[in-house]
Design a protein around this ligand. Structure first.
Ligand code: NCD
Length: 308
């Protein structure tokens, strides 16, 4: 039987397709609780620690909402200001301390590999809330859920990933999952922000159907899902390199003229300038709904890891 009880979630590749499907079907049951229409105490007495060494709005707040909607408690920090990290405490020491306080830990950290390190140290489950330009597996679960619910299914859909495919951790995780669900992957990015070669190689090895487009105009005609990302300014080693690509792509009403009738537009958010606000009023826009789905998906995940 598929079970996630007691497991870590560091990379999306830690999950099998069956495990992802289990989370997605559990999510359906969480929707009325996430909306506040039903209540649940299934995680009463359990404590979630959110350790955020990098800025976050959605990931941290939706985990906190998810835990509280299920009757659990939360501790943690939203920035390292005011913590002993300012005194020089190491990540491993912080984890060793917090595992004594909480039943499960969500970690967001600027260093790639930090969540893997934490999982090796901690006896309590670790969920990766984003490790630098590495992975963001819980975002991928809510992205999959959004595609399934809003586009009908995942298999066979053409999902075009647009933007910063080099530093964007959400698209790194999502691309693997899409390949596992037999979706078609389209890639559009500024030339310097292409999907890293090692990820492309891994994707091809697992049989992913990938097409690289030279422009959004070309890709938009074929897309069932357009997944937009912002340029990850904070990851650029050289600010002048960022300035060269800033503002180089934009989704607006004009480009959508060539879109399929049922196209859905997603974005992990925050948006900077890559989707014009006029698009928000179209039937294609699903990004705010997608951010809501972060709550029931994380409820499902917490329940499956903490109680099975
Ligand atoms: C993303 C992230 O932190 O990687 N945000 C999120 O979790 N929804 C995307 C981003 O910051 O661009």
């Amino acid at each position: 039987m598929v079970s996630l009880k007691g497991k870590d979630l560091v990379s999306i590749r830690d999950l099998t397709k069956e495990e992802m499907e289990l989370i997605l079907s559990e999510t359906d049951k969480m929707i009325p609780i996430a909306r506040g229409e039903q209540s649940s105490k299934i995680l009463k007495g359990k404590i979630l620690a959110t350790l955020f060494f990098e800025p976050s709005t959605r990931t941290r707040m939706s985990f906190e909402t998810a835990m509280q909607r299920l009757g659990g408690g939360i501790i943690g920090f939203a920035s390292i200001e005011g913590t002993s990290i300012m005194k020089g405490e190491t990540l491993s020491d912080t984890i060793r301390v917090v595992e004594g306080y909480a039943d499960i830990i969500v970690l967001r950290h600027p260093a790639e590999g930090s969540a893997r390190l934490a999982a090796e140290i901690s006896s309590k489950p670790i969920i990766n809330g984003g490790d630098g330009a590495g992975q963001h597996p819980t975002q991928t679960l809510l992205d999959l859920y959004t595609i399934k619910r809003e586009a009908g299914e995942i298999e066979g859909k053409k999902v075009v990933l647009l933007g910063d495919l080099k530093y964007g951790r959400t698209v790194h995780s999502l691309a693997y999952a899409l390949a596992m669900f037999n979706a078609e992957i389209g890639l559009v990015s500024p030339p310097t922000l292409r999907m890293p070669e090692e990820i492309l190689k891994d994707l091809k090895e697992i049989g992913a159907k990938i097409k690289e487009y030279s422009s959004l105009k070309e890709a938009i005609k074929e897309a069932d899902v357009l997944y937009v990302t912002r340029i990850q300014k904070e990851r650029f080693p050289d600010p002048t390199e960022y300035l060269k690509v800033a503002g180089s792509y934009k989704v607006d009403l004009k480009i959508l003229k060539d879109a399929k009738e049922n196209l859905i537009i997603m974005h992990p958010l925050p948006r900077v300038d890559e989707i014009d606000p006029s698009v928000d009023e179209t039937k294609h826009a699903k990004y705010f709904l997608q951010s809501f789905y972060g709550v029931p998906v994380r409820m499902a995940l917490l329940k499956l890891i903490l109680v099975g």
